[in-house]
Design a protein around this ligand. Structure first.
Ligand code: SF4
Length: 332
């Protein structure tokens, strides 16, 4: 059997945990045996792009590859279906009889076709082709925007002849839900796993505490992502669908342009999705009256209230607000 050289592939998010993971990889295996890769969702803060793609390469003397999910094929399928409706075919002929019909008319389908083109912004394109935004219960963003492109990157390296260790900066104590999930008897508790073929997963900081993570930065002379000094408990999508009420209020106060961008995305996604049923970035949808979406602007207003917000139960529906469903540490 031919021995494959091992390549250590570190997924960088611009956050503290993946940076600490990169430091361990470099120390143990040297830059020449490591690759660093950043999955660009198109929904990151500019400080995160600067940190992951400029500061870290400079400070660590590394190159960072960028992967971006593409949904060009899905756009083509969705456009072909809408074109049939625009030409007069009934929706039931195009999609088959379903419990929920979206009530497309030829005029509405024509309007949607004008807007339904890939933008090259992975997050927005994903939502346009999926017909809505991800939610805590259907967190497809991590799968499509991070897990798949990063796995494809690793598989391409295996096809080049390497054995790949995929280094993931996940920590058990990052959140209560993750602690519970990772301390069970499932596979997630392992810091090292053989996934299959020549692909392995390594989680070197699984049992580190947050103090260890910042200490590793300090010892290496690295600055953490500056967003940590601006009220953000994690970095990643700006905003993340998992962000807390307080975090959202802080984002709106400091970075209103990102809220405006999400509001524009809501308008775009609504215009190519379910007719007469606007979609919202945060799946609150529980304002006491039906038929009105909880737009990001509504939710921001609620986030500024000091108490209650009985009309919204967003941040109570699933995991704690600091958690991400990914056990792979892809979203901080
Ligand atoms: S950071 Fe949040 S919004 Fe972005 S991909 Fe991860 S879970 Fe989804």
């Amino acid at each position: 059997m031919i021995e494959r050289p091992t390549l250590h592939v570190v997924s960088l998010s611009g956050g503290k945990d993946s940076t600490a993971t990169a430091l361990v990889a470099i120390e143990l295996h040297g830059r020449e045996n490591c690759r660093f890769v950043f999955a660009d969702t198109g929904n990151e803060h500019e400080a995160t792009y600067e940190y992951a793609l400029e500061y870290l390469p400079r400070a660590l003397k590394i190159t960072v590859d960028v992967v971006r999910a593409s949904f060009v094929d899905e756009f083509a399928t969705k456009r072909a279906n809408l074109a049939r409706i625009a030409a007069g075919e009934p929706e039931s002929e195009v999609y088959g009889r379903r419990k929920f019909m979206y009530r497309w008319t030829p005029a509405l389908a024509s309007q949607a076709l004008e807007i339904l083109h890939p933008t090259g912004i992975p997050y927005l394109d994903l939502c346009m082709v999926r017909g809505g935004f991800p939610s805590r219960k259907r967190q497809f963003c991590t799968e499509y925007l991070k897990t798949r492109p990063l796995t494809e990157f690793a598989i391409a390296r295996i096809d080049e002849g390497h054995a790949v260790w995929s280094w993931q900066g996940v920590r058990i104590d990052e959140s209560e839900s993750r602690r519970i999930r990772l301390q069970g008897t499932g596979t997630c508790v392992k810091s090292f796993e053989h996934i299959g073929d020549a692909l392995f997963v390594y989680r070197p900081i699984l049992r580190w505490h947050v103090e260890d993570v910042f200490a590793a930065h300090h010892l290496a002379g690295l600055k953490p992502n500056p967003l940590y000094l601006q009220g953000m408990s994690r970095v990643g999508c700006m905003p993340c669908i998992n962000c807390s009420k307080a975090e959202l209020a802080e984002i709106a106060r400091r970075f209103p342009e990102h809220i405006a961008r999400i509001a524009e995305w809501e308008r775009i996604v609504s215009s190519v999705c379910r007719q007469n049923s606007p979609v919202s970035f945060f799946h609150l949808g529980t304002q006491g009256h039906s038929g009105k979406a909880s737009t990001v602007s509504d939710v921001v207003e609620w986030s500024k209230t000091t108490r209650g917000g009985r009309q919204y139960d967003l941040l109570a529906d699933a995991t704690p607000a600091t958690a991400c469903a990914s056990a792979y540490g892809l979203c901080e």
